[in-house]
Design a protein around this ligand. Structure first.
Ligand code: SF4
Length: 401
């Protein structure tokens, strides 16, 4: 039997079943200024733009954040109501002592740059304390991944702000880059003064990808952004700058990324086997069958063991296949992690969201591997909103015979 602490139990219930809000809970969200969907690279299927993005769950002094993912029709979604001045869960037991609140919109979301643009055009927050830098919207991969709706939410992007337009005419980006970087630096300096980053910030440079033939160019752009912003983030970033991207074609570009000051590169495999690659990440596979694996391995010699990461979507692979792949990566100094599959607008994946038992069993086994190799989970429990890796590491899920 496995036991979760009450806050982690509720997070697992939400991630495996989805969550719905009563009208009074939604009115309360509006009243307190809950952070709503940022609509930059994903949005839960069927969600309005005013749906709260995340919940903060606290129990016994431990805090975790969970994404307000879409309810699953075949499951029993967690129902959140607001009565007697508090949010509460209507249809789950075993959550005595748990306190729930909305993650609020940070103050910097309201701030305006000297150019007249909103700070959020350049930076935004996922979870409580991530600072996401997203240079362009959308993804120009030749076939999108099954679980990803990035191009659906990017539909309204301007030409210079859209991966597909930039890929058709790279000059669009190059003309705009100086303006982008100076605006980004101002946005970062405003955002990092916000109280959500009092403790630390997980600073993540992340985007969909330019087209396959431009992946070296994407590395060059990322490197120039990194060199420019490093002085602005060094006091607050807990990991240094993390770059989530498709790997470049050439080794020289891995060296360039390293020289630019990026501390950790993240080349996401998303799925563990060739069979699931073919179904869920056809665009990544089409560059070359071993493209991501080869570049991950090469990156270790530039960034060092533990500073090359690769994420997976939990639910796409049989759990044993995924654990075996994680074991192999860890043995090479590459740190994997998992986000639990959730249904986003524009995705075409079938509902393969793992059950609570699957999530718990995987999290415990994965945590055992992580500790065996001496690595830690990414970020923290208030940043990773669709993952249980931190909770397992911090013994919020306990294996009992
Ligand atoms: S590579 Fe796949 S997961 Fe990443 S942004 Fe493009 S479509 Fe989405």
């Amino acid at each position: 039997m496995n036991i979760s602490h009450n806050e982690t139990y509720l997070k697992i219930e939400i991630l495996s079943n989805g969550v719905v809000f009563s009208d009074s809970a939604l009115r309360y969200a509006l009243q307190v200024g809950a952070k709503v969907q940022n609509n930059i690279y994903n949005r839960p299927k069927g969600a309005s733009l005013l749906r709260p993005q995340e919940l903060l769950i606290e129990y016994g002094g431990y805090e975790t954040v969970v994404s307000c993912i879409s309810p699953l029709s075949s499951r029993d979604p967690v129902e959140i109501d607001y009565q007697n001045h508090r949010l509460y869960v209507k249809n789950r037991l075993l959550i005595d002592g748990v306190s729930i609140s909305f993650v609020l919109e940070p103050d910097y979301y309201k701030r305006i740059l000297s150019t007249g643009e909103k700070v959020t055009k350049y930076v935004s927050s996922c979870g409580y304390d991530e600072l996401n830098i997203i240079p362009w919207k959308g993804c120009a991969i030749n076939q999108t991944c099954s679980f990803c709706g990035v191009n659906t939410v990017a539909r309204t992007a301007n030409a210079y702000d859209d991966a597909r337009s930039i890929s058709n005419d790279i000059q669009l980006w190059l003309n705009h880059e100086g303006y982008y970087i100076s605006s980004l630096k101002e946005a970062i300096s405003i955002a990092l003064q916000d109280e959500v980053f009092n403790h630390h910030a997980h600073v993540i440079l992340i985007s969909g990808n330019l087209s396959d033939e431009l992946l070296n160019v994407q590395s060059e752009i990322y490197s120039r952004i990194s060199s420019a912003i490093l002085p602005d983030i060094s006091n607050k970033s807990s990991e240094g700058l993390i770059a989530v991207m498709a790997p470049p074609h050439d080794e020289a570009h891995l060296a360039l990324l390293k020289q630019s000051g990026i501390k950790i590169v993240v080349f996401n495999l998303e799925t563990a086997t060739l069979a699931t690659n073919q179904v869920h990440t056809p665009g990544k596979l089409s560059i070359h069958k071993d493209y991501y694996h080869d570049r991950l391995l090469s990156a270790v010699s530039y960034f060092g063991k533990g500073n090359v990461w690769s994420n997976f979507v939990l639910g796409l692979d049989p759990l044993n296949d995924l654990l075996e792949t994680c074991d192999r990566l860890l043995s090479m100094g590459i740190v994997p992690s998992t986000n639990i599959l959730h249904m986003d607008e524009g995705s075409y994946v079938a509902q393969l969201v793992p059950t609570a038992d699957m999530i718990i069993n995987f999290s415990l086994s994965f945590n055992h591997l992580l500790k065996q190799y001496g690595y830690k989970p990414y970020y923290c429990s208030k940043a990773l909103r669709t993952s249980l890796t931190n909770e397992a590491y911090e013994n919020r899920i306990v294996f009992c015979d």
